[in-house]
Design a protein around this ligand. Structure first.
Ligand SMILES: Nc1ncnc2c1ncn2[C@@H]1O[C@H](COP(=O)(O)OP(=O)(O)OP(=O)(O)O)[C@@H](O)[C@H]1O
Length: 846
């Protein structure tokens, strides 16, 4: 046995009998190997392994733990024979063999030590297998949810990447224009032509054309490739756009330019310098391989040629048969199709080059003076990509058009005639149509171009194309300057059309200016909206307030009407006052004038020669009506003839009844405006005093529609109108003169009056009480004992109150003009309102 073979055997356990001879050892090794093989085979065959997918990891771990626990708990078997039985039983039951049982197989004097050793080895191996299997199963099951989460996340990220990628492509522009200038060829150099192409590689989107010796014309494109840029550099810029085709977007790359400027070189290239077509397919295969775990792609290549407005298949199934005529038709789902066009499926990049070359060989080529190998047809390669998402089953189908257009040179330059002239005309017409189609595409109404340019089939596909890349190929030679400028102008037009309102290539400073303007406009719009809202709110507020005011006005008018009505009734009642003036019902005493008027005395008889008798006659209307005023002027003036003064002005409110006013505040629902005059016994001194308590409500209607706010309650203390000797004798009109003198010349004191008279139910009761001897006694004692009593126990005074609203000075001036000699006495002032006592109107109260 070789040494290395011996090293493969496991070391025998300590204490185990070892064979002495090489032969014995070899036999034992063979037996062990056979036993191991049998054990492994049996382990592979037992259902234990087949059931692995149905075992719960928690349960398996638990059972594993139980097994190990059982091992610990089982007592060591003393006898070797028993241990062998235990091992065999464990194997039969597919359970873990306890290590001590295994060890026991080697102990003692076994008649077959090799068998014991083999059994031990087998058991150990078996235990290892069970342990590994359990670990593997546990790992698999714990990783399963993670695997699912990761797969889902991957799918989400992939979808997001796809969206962002295509968004970037869109932001870069749906139509991009690259310019490529080929190097000067030997013929041009030999003829001594100079290069008109100027290009700074650091400014890779600008080029300049020397139009004359001193002037240049600048052009800007998405990218400019100079003569030194190779095919790889060109494709590096193209690659990002190609990728979106795999995401299900249609795309188109076409080369445009004068004959011999390198269109075919850019698109097809050569074996050494493969062009865009080959590199694109190569890239598509590479990426599809990358995505193979998520997507499955199928690629189909078609090649066709448009020659003199006829479509020809460049990959016919049988090249020997004449090519059939193809047409672009609209499919049922609205897409454009070319029925009958061969679609060659390609499974790898290996066969693509051959395929492209075969198609290129079938192109209609001719020879002109401009370029011997110039193609007089448009060559189109269509790559169809069918994709299927392996996770959700979503399917996509997209086309990539790779177009090598015919030379764009003007007919006049090429000296052709006959068939060649016809070709040139077709070419020029189709190229001019291409511009129109692109313009329609850029004007966001690409469907308008459908069907009108069937001679350029890929134009019909433009509406379904997500993005387009145009290579404008130019020659650097001064001999081709005219054609170069034409091509560049056309490309500029294509790019300019696309730029329009698009998002790219806007001047940064201009865009910043526009952004600022837009921001300002937005702010102004916001402000305008805010002001509008405020205005609306004010309108609403104004409308609600107007309603409130209208309501108030209506209330006031109602009150005024009630007052008029009450006054009218009270004046009628006044005619019967000598008997018992009736009080209006409590609910009609809300208005102060109603209350006052309810106590009107009976009309006084004319006294004296003044004959002012009729001024006290019941006035049907308000006292400040013009008719009344005239009456007052005539009668009152005469009545007050003792002074001979004309009345100051119309009185608005007249209080005639002496009212004992309780100190308590008016109950809710009572009149808001009250005026009362109470004649009460005076204080110390021999002069009887009458206290006039004038209480005003908070609001006094000064004029219709205006409300004057005054303090809720005021009491005005006034001197009584009795005679200095204490006789408050009855006075007629002439008595007015006495009362108008110094009785009210000094401003009255203001103070709080507290009634010492028992509260009476009604003014009439109070009046009776005041007239009674008991009251006189009562008042006399209250007044200091020494006070003279009113004659006959009767109280007689005259008072007139006037409410003047407005500036006191103005009113005074007004009074002065009419009554210069006797200014009215102001007995109370509440804000801009004054209470004035005048003597030109008097009423006697008993
Ligand atoms: N960038 C370039 N670098 C090197 N050689 C170039 C380049 N561009 C064009 N050429 C060479 O110029 C010649 C004319 O090119 P090509 O045939 O591609 O022009 P074309 O525009 O396709 O002409 P046509 O309109 O006749 O098809 C070819 O020999 C080509 O190898």
């Amino acid at each position: 046995m070789a040494a290395d073979e011996a090293s493969l055997l496991p070391p025998p356990p300590p204490g185990s009998p070892r064979p002495e001879t090489r032969e014995g050892f070899d036999d034992r090794r063979d037996q062990t190997s056979q036993a191991l093989q049998v054990a492994e085979d049996s382990a592979a065959a037992v259902p234990f392994f087949e059931e692995e997918t149905s075992v719960d990891p928690a349960v398996s771990e638990e059972s594993n733990g139980d097994l190990l626990q059982d091992v610990d708990e089982k007592p060591a078997l003393p006898r070797e024979q028993d241990s062998i039985s235990a091992v065999i039983q464990a194997l039969e039951e597919d359970s873990f063999i306890p290590p001590d049982v295994l060890d026991a197989t080697l102990k003692g004097s076994d008649p077959a030590p090799d068998l014991s050793f083999s059994l031990h080895l087998l058991g150990t191996k078996y235990n290892d297998l069970v342990k590994r299997w359990l670990e593997k199963k546990s790992l698999e099951e714990s990783a399963a949810p993670k695997h699912e989460t990761l797969t889902r996340k991957y799918a989400e990220l992939w979808a997001e990447r796809k969206r962002l990628y295509n968004e970037v492509i869109e932001l870069k522009g749906n139509i991009r224009v690259f310019c490529r200038c080929r190097p000067m060829n030997s013929e041009e150099l030999s003829k001594g032509h100079s290069s008109v192409f100027e290009f700074d590689p650091s400014q890779d989107s600008e080029l300049q054309i020397l139009t004359t010796e001193n002037s240049r014309k600048q052009f800007k494109f998405d990218h400019v490739f100079g003569p030194q840029d190779d095919q790889e550099a060109v494709f590096a810029e193209t690659r990002p756009m190609v990728m979106s085709v795999l995401d299900g977007y249609n795309a188109c790359i076409f080369a445009y330019g004068q004959t011999g400027t390198g269109k075919t070189f850019t698109m097809e290239g050569t074996l050494e310098n493969r062009g865009v077509n080959y590199r694109t397919l190569e890239e598509l295969f590479r990426v599809s391989e990358e995505r193979s775990s998520l997507m499955r792609y199928e690629f189909f290549v078609s090649m066709l040629e448009v020659y003199n407005e006829r479509i020809r298949d460049l990959l016919p199934e049988n090249p020997n048969l004449p090519s059939k005529k193809l047409e672009v038709k609209q499919a049922a789902e609205g897409t454009q199709e070319v029925p009958g066009l061969v679609e060659a499926q390609t499974f790898s990049i290996d066969g693509v080059w051959e395929l492209l070359q075969a198609g290129a060989r079938n192109r209609s080529v001719g020879s002109t003076n401009a370029n011997e190998l110039s193609s007089r047809s448009h060559s189109l390669v269509r790559v169809t990509i069918r994709g299927e998402n392996l996770m959700n089953g979503a399917k996509t189908r997209s086309h990539l058009w790779l177009v090598d257009l015919a030379g764009s040179e003007r007919v006049g330059k090429i000296e052709v005639e006959g068939e060649r002239l016809k070709e040139s005309q077709f070419i020029n017409r189709s190229l001019s149509a291409l511009g129109d189609v692109i313009a329609a595409l850029a004007s966001k109404n690409p469907h308008s171009s459908l069907g009108i340019y069937s001679h350029l089939p890929f134009c019909n596909f433009f509406p379904f194309i997500c993005w387009t890349l145009m290579f404008v190929q130019i020659s650097p030679s001064s001999a081709d300057l005219g054609e170069t400028l034409c091509s560049l102008n056309f490309a500029t037009r294509v790019r300019g059309i696309e730029q329009g309102p698009a998002r790219k290539h806007a001047d940064p400073s201009e865009s910043f200016k526009f952004k600022q303007m837009a921001e300002k406009l937005r702010q102004e719009e916001k402000e305008r909206a805010r002001l509008n809202d405020t205005l609306q709110l004010l309108h609403v507020k104004y409308a609600s307030r107007e309603n409130v005011f209208k309501e108030k006005l209506r209330d006031l008018e109602n009150q005024l009407a009630e007052e008029r009505k009450a006054r009218h009734l009270h004046q009628e009642d006044g005619n019967r006052f000598h008997n018992k003036p009736p009080l209006p019902p409590a609910n009609q005493r809300r208005q102060p004038l109603g209350r006052i008027s309810s106590n009107l005395p009976p009309p006084a008889q004319p006294r004296g020669s003044g004959g002012g008798g009729d001024w006290l006659a019941p006035v049907p209307e308000k006292e400040n009506l013009p008719s009344v005023k005239r009456k007052l002027d005539n009668g009152g003036g005469a009545g007050g003839g003792a002074t001979g003064k004309p009345p100051l002005m119309k009185a608005r409110r007249i209080l005639l009844a002496p009212v004992v006013r309780p100190a308590a505040a008016p109950a809710a629902g009572q009149s808001r405006r009250r005026a009362s005059i109470a004649a009460v016994p005076g204080g110390a001194g021999d002069r009887p005093r009458a206290r006039l308590s004038l209480a005003f409500s908070r609001e006094v209607a000064a004029t219709a529609g205006s409300v004057l706010r005054i303090p809720r309650r005021r009491s005005v203390m006034m001197m009584p109108l009795g005679t200095p000797d204490g006789k408050a004798g009855a006075r007629g009109g002439g008595g007015g003169a006495a009362a108008s003198g110094n009785k009210f010349s000094s401003p009255p004191q203001q103070g709080q009056w507290r009634s010492r008279i028992p509260s009476m139910a009604s003014p009439r009761q109070r009046l009776r009480f005041l007239s009674s001897p008991a009251a006189n006694r009562n008042m006399s004692s209250a007044g200091g004992g020494g006070a003279a009593q009113p004659a006959g126990g009767k109280l007689c005074f005259s008072v007139q109150k006037r409410l003047v609203v407005g500036s006191p000075l103005m009113k005074m001036k007004s009074f002065a003009s009419r009554e210069a000699a006797a200014p009215p006495s102001i007995i109370g002032r509440f804000g801009s309102a004054q209470r004035i006592l005048s003597t030109n109107r008097r009423k006697s109260v008993f």
